[in-house]
Design a protein around this ligand. Structure first.
Ligand code: C2O
Length: 591
C-alpha cells in the first residue's frame, strides 16, 4: 500500500513555493562554483509541489493522508477521500476476444498495422508451479558448451517449424510481446485505458512469466523438461559482446535485423544513446560497471527497483523501475538495426521478441531481481500489496493451454524450478566516485555538454538543449536512521513524449561544467530516462510518465547533504526537443 507514496498532482495543483522567503545559495554553490553565472541557474521554486509545503514539518510525510489527497485529485472523485482504496484493484488479465491490431508509427515512415493477437481459447486454466526433480540452471550464454548449444538450437528450430497458428510457434510467441507491449489490449473494464506491461511494477513479473513459458515450450519440443535458456551476461565484461551463439548466420538463433556495427567482438555500451562513443576498452568497462552499481545497489525500495504502482483503472506508464529503464532499454536499442524502418527487431517493442537474443537479454534482466533482493538492506524486497500480487496475465503453456498466471506465482525462481548459473558480479565493487578533472571520451561530447543553456523557469521544459535547474531540498542533514527509513529521490514529473520516438536524456546533480563530460563512473551522474519506440494504442495519447532517481548515496558522496538545494542538469542525448518535463522536485520514499 505504501507504494503509492509517489504520485503526480495535476499541474494546476502545483503552485505554491515552499522555499523560505530568503533563498540561500546552497553550500555546494559556495564551495564549488560553477563556470556559469548565477542567472544561468534556473530556479523552479515557483512550481514546486505544495504538498511538501503542507507536510514539510511532519516527520511522517508520506502517511495515508498524503495518499488520500493524491488519489482524490487523480481520480477527481471526492468520495475517494474517505476510502481511496475502494477502487484499487489489481490489473487483470486481458480479454483475448477484444484484442485489436497494434499500430506501429514512425515520424518519417508513417503508420503500419500489425496483427499480433494470440489465438483464442475457450478454456483458461490457472497457473500451477511445475513439478520438477532437479533445479534447472540457466547458463551464461558466453559459457555454454557444444552439447548445450545443440539442444538449444534444435529446440528453437523446432519452435520455428511449428504451424503458424500454433500458439507455441516462434512468431506467435514473439507476438505475445507485441500484443502486451501496447496497442492490442485494453484494461478489462476500462476500454479507454491500455493494458501496458512496461513502465510500471508489472515489468519484472510479466517478463519472468513470458520467458518462463518460452523456456517450457522449448523443453517440451526437445523432450527435456529440465532445459533452461541461456542469459546474456551483459553486466560483466566477459559477457559484454552479443553472445557468439546468436551470431552464426546458419543458426536459428541468428537474426539479420541487428545493428551490424555491434556484432561480436564489439562490446556493449550500457549507456548507449544511439551514437557509438569513442572510448577505450578500459573506460567502457569502468562506465558499464559503475552504471550497474548505480542501477542495482543505490535503488533500495521496491518501487524504485521494480517500478511504480499500476492498478486497474490507472493510466498506463506510471514510471519505470531501475533496470527496466537502464540498462534494459539501451540494450534493446544497441541491438536493433538502424537500417530498418522501425529499428527492428530489438529496437522496437512490437518486433523485439522476433530476435532470439531477446530471451537471453530478458533472462539477464530477470536475474537482476533475485540478485537485488539478496543484497543487504531491509527494503530490498517485493511489494506486499495484493494490488500487485494479484495482477494477472495470460500465456499459452508448453501444452498449448491458455494459462492465467499471477504476479504472486512468480516472486521467486526456485518454485519455478530454475536458478541462474553463478558468475562474478564485479560491479558490486564499482561505486561511482565524485568527478575529478581527467581525460574525456571525445571533444564533440565535451563541447555539447558545455553549451549548457538555460530556459525560463516555467515548466514544462521542452528538452532541446542541456538545462540546469536549481531544486530545493525539503530536508537536509538527515540522520543515518532517517536515511534508512526514507530514500531521498529526485522526481521528474509529467515527462511527456510521443510513444514512437526514441528518447534518452541524462540527469546530473551538482555537476561541474568541466572539460570532460560527465559519465556513469561519476557520482554526479544520477541516472537517465530512456524510451524505446513502441506501438501506439488506438487512443494515440502521448506517454506521460515520471522518473524517480534515488539520490541519498549520491548526496553523501558529493558532500551535499547539508545543502538547501541541488542543481540538476538535464542533458538530452536522443530525441532532442521531443520530450517535455512538467516539474522537478525532491521527495522521500519509504515504501
Ligand atoms: Cu517487454 Cu525488453 O521489453
Amino acid at each position: 500500500m505504501a507504494s503509492t507514496v509517489i504520485f503526480s498532482l495535476p499541474n494546476s495543483a502545483i503552485q505554491t513555493s515552499f522555499l523560505p522567503g530568503t533563498h540561500q545559495l546552497s553550500r555546494f554553490n559556495k564551495k564549488r562554483p560553477f563556470n556559469f553565472v548565477s542567472d544561468k541557474v534556473v530556479s523552479c521554486r515557483a512550481s514546486n509541489g505544495n504538498e511538501n509545503n503542507e507536510h514539510s514539518s511532519s516527520p511522517n510525510r508520506f502517511d495515508r493522508r498524503d495518499v488520500l489527497v493524491g488519489l482524490g485529485s487523480v481520480y477527481g472523485a471526492t468520495n475517494l477521500v474517505s476510502d481511496p482504496f475502494a477502487l484499487a484493484a489489481p490489473i487483470s488479465a486481458p480479454d483475448l476476444d477484444l484484442c485489436q491490431k497494434a499500430t506501429v508509427t514512425s515520424k518519417t515512415a508513417g503508420t503500419i498495422k500489425v496483427a499480433c493477437c494470440p489465438p483464442k481459447s475457450a478454456k483458461i486454466i490457472d497457473f500451477k508451479p511445475p513439478k520438477f526433480s532437479k533445479m534447472r540452471y540457466r547458463p551464461a550464454a558466453q559459457l555454454v558448451g557444444p552439447e548445450y548449444l545443440d539442444k538449444f538450437t534444435k529446440a528453437v528450430e523446432l519452435m520455428k517449424a511449428l504451424p503458424e497458428d500454433d500458439p507455441r510457434s516462434f512468431m506467435q510467441q514473439a507476438d505475445v510481446h507485441c500484443a502486451y507491449c501496447n496497442g492490442a489490449y485494453d484494461q478489462v473494464g476500462f476500454p479507454d485505458l491500455e493494458l501496458q506491461v512496461h513502465f510500471s511494477w508489472l515489468f519484472f513479473p510479466f517478463h519472468r512469466l513470458y520467458i518462463y513459458f518460452w523456456e517450457r515450450i522449448l523443453g517440451k519440443l526437445i523432450d527435456d523438461p529440465d532445459f533452461a535458456i541461456p542469459y546474456w551476461n551483459w553486466d560483466t565484461p566477459a559477457g559484454y559482446a552479443l553472445p557468439a551463439i546468436y551470431n552464426d548466420p546458419k543458426s536459428p538463433l541468428y537474426d539479420e535485423k541487428r545493428n551490424v556495427n555491434h556484432l561480436p567482438p564489439v562490446l556493449i555500451d550500457l549507456d548507449y544513446a544511439g551514437v557509438d562513443e569513442e572510448i577505450s576498452k578500459r573506460d567502457l568497462i569502468k562506465s558499464n560497471l559503475s552504471l550497474m552499481y548505480r542501477q542495482v545497489v543505490t535503488y533500495k525500495t521496491p518501487s524504485l527497483f521494480l517500478g511504480a504502482a499500476y492498478r486497474a483503472g490507472d493510466p498506463p506508464a506510471p514510471g519505470m523501475g531501475s533496470i527496466e529503464n537502464v540498462p534494459h532499454t539501451p540494450v534493446h536499442r544497441w541491438v536493433g538495426d538502424p537500417r530498418q524502418t522501425f529499428n527492428e527487431d530489438m529496437g522496437n517493442f512490437y518486433s523485439a521478441a522476433r530476435d532470439p537474443v531477446f530471451f537471453a537479454h530478458h533472462a539477464n534482466v530477470d536475474r537482476m531481481w533475485p540478485i537485488w533482493k539478496s543484497l543487504p538492506g531491509k527494503k530490498r524486497r517485493d511489494f506486499t500489496t495484493t494490488d500487485w500480487l494479484d495482477a494477472s496475465f495470460l500465456f499459452y503453456d508448453e501444452n498449448a493451454n491458455l494459462v492465467r498466471a499471477k504476479v504472486r506465482d512468480v516472486l521467486d525462481t526456485k518454485p519455478l524450478g530454475y536458478e541462474y548459473q553463478k558468475v562474478d558480479l564485479p560491479w558490486l565493487n564499482t561505486k561511482p566516485a565524485p568527478r575529478r578533472p581527467r581525460q574525456g571520451k571525445g571533444q564533440a561530447k565535451a563541447a555539447e555538454t558545455s553549451k549548457t543553456t538555460v530556459i525560463s523557469n516555467t515548466f514544462p521544459i521542452v528538452l532541446e538543449k542541456p538545462v540546469r535547474i536549481e531544486v530545493p531540498r525539503p530536508k537536509k542533514s538527515r540522520t543515518k536512521l532517517e536515511k534508512e527509513d526514507e530514500e531521498e529521490v529526485l522526481v521528474l514529473q509529467n515527462i511527456k513524449l510521443d510513444r514512437n520516438v526514441a528518447v534518452k536524456f541524462d540527469v546530473y546533480i551538482n555537476e561541474e561544467d568541466g572539460e570532460t563530460p560527465t559519465e556513469p563512473a561519476d557520482s554526479e551522474f544520477a541516472g537517465s530516462f530512456t524510451n524505446l519506440p513502441r506501438t501506439q494504442h488506438s487512443g494515440g495519447k502521448k506517454l506521460d510518465t515520471k522518473l524517480t532517481l534515488p539520490i541519498s548515496d549520491l548526496l553523501e558522496d558529493l558532500d551535499a547533504e547539508g545543502d538547501d538545494s541541488i542543481v540538476v542538469t538535464l542533458v538530452p542525448k536522443l530525441g532532442k526537443g521531443q520530450v517535455s518535463i512538467g516539474n522537478i522536485k525532491i521527495e522521500y520514499v519509504r515504501d
